[in-house]
Design a protein around this ligand. Structure first.
Ligand SMILES: Cc1cc2nc3c(=O)[nH]c(=O)nc-3n(C[C@H](O)[C@H](O)[C@H](O)COP(=O)(O)OP(=O)(O)OC[C@H]3O[C@@H](n4cnc5c(N)ncnc54)[C@H](O)[C@@H]3O)c2cc1C
Length: 303
């Protein structure tokens, strides 16, 4: 089994989630090569063959040209799998590459089965196992679903080139306007999940955050319900955090939430369900009703 991994570069730097592609390949025991439109001065710590196209020539993004560059690398490597991150780059490019190869394309892979892949379904409440039937398969991997494997040495660079200009002109990436709080700097975060029940209970969680000298975080449903402002959201569509202490209150541990906080130093989860998936990453799982446990803990800390 051979996998062609699609690395990404932004502002001249390799994007670290690309190392999760290496972790995925290791898990399935695949041989790898990588392709990236980037710069020679910022190569990934990856010891395999790297097909490098110059971002100065082909742009940081250009769907038509990047597709052609990847297909050129596919032609040379003849992989069984072409593997993207489930990033905006991967969302846009993977289907184009799959169409070019007449290959099955699976988005948001979160796991592997013996001969197939696991994808989320029913708003992440269930998983479905899918076994693609084409000889070549194009995948996007959900961020955080596979371990990042770094430090694999220096790649053997081979240049890849193409011609033309492409029908879509990429203008630029624009950073989202910074507003609200920057959770990335917090040493302690106490996050509220749907399990807190209602907006009126948010101050109870915020009080524990304050007692611990930390910030309030939240899962996406809490933000979507309007209980907490979006700048507090942790996860793939919120902030990525790595505080010394992360306390998850009534949070189940969906992959999109874990991707944003699983690098925290010490994780405490409070959940009434002893089998909640958050237990897999938590250092301590307190099985309790969050609205009983949290006020009692805050009161103890105040003494
Ligand atoms: C493209 C995409 C992007 C996403 N991005 C994000 C993201 O950035 N961040 C994010 O968080 N989610 C994100 N999600 C949503 C994610 O899939 C989950 O739906 C979400 O994380 C679940 O939030 P939750 O754990 O608060 O709620 P639930 O999954 O409903 O879990 C609630 C938990 O609370 C527990 N509970 C209930 N009552 C109590 C009680 N009284 N005491 C103690 N425990 C209790 C339950 O046992 C359960 O484990 C995204 C989804 C998609 C499709």
């Amino acid at each position: 089994m051979k996998a062609l991994l699609i690395g990404e570069s932004r502002d001249g730097s390799f994007l670290e989630y690309g190392y999760e592609l290496v972790g995925f390949a290791e898990r399935i025991g695949a041989e790898t090569a990588m392709v990236m439109v980037g710069q020679e001065k910022s190569l990934p710590g990856y010891g395999g063959k790297l097909y490098l196209a110059d971002a100065a020539t082909y742009g940081e993004y250009n769907p038509d040209l990047h597709k052609k560059l990847i297909l050129a690398a596919v032609e040379r490597e003849k992989p069984d799998l072409v593997v993207f991150s489930h990033s905006s780059y991967g969302w846009d490019l993977a289907p184009r590459v799959a169409a070019g190869l007449k290959a099955a394309q699976l988005s948001e892979v979160i796991g592997t089965t013996g001969d197939g892949y696991e994808l989320p379904s029913c708003s992440q409440k269930m998983r479905r196992s899918v076994k693609p039937a084409t000889p070549v398969v194009v995948l996007t991997l959900q961020l955080g679903a596979f371990p990042a494997v770094t430090g694999g040495g220096t790649p053997q660079v081979e240049r890849v080139e193409t011609e033309g200009s492409g029908k879509v002109i990429f203008v630029r990436y624009e950073a989202a306007e910074a507003k609200g709080i920057d959770l990335a700097k917090a040493e302690v975060i106490v996050s509220a999940g749907r399990g807190i029940g209602k907006a009126d209970n948010v101050p109870v969680i915020a009080a524990l955050a304050k007692a611990l000298g930390g910030q309030l975080g939240a899962s996406r449903p809490v933000v979507d319900s309007g209980w907490v402002e979006h700048s507090h959201q942790v996860g793939t569509t919120g902030q990525t955090v790595s505080p010394k202490l992360y306390v998850a209150c009534g949070i189940s541990g969906a992959i999109q939430h874990l991707a944003g906080m699983k690098k925290s130093g010490f994780i405490v989860a409070i959940n009434k369900d002893k089998d909640a998936p958050i237990g897999e990453v938590a250092d301590v799982l307190v099985v309790a009703d969050v609205m009983q446990f949290v006020p009692a803990l805050t009161a103890k800390l105040a003494k």
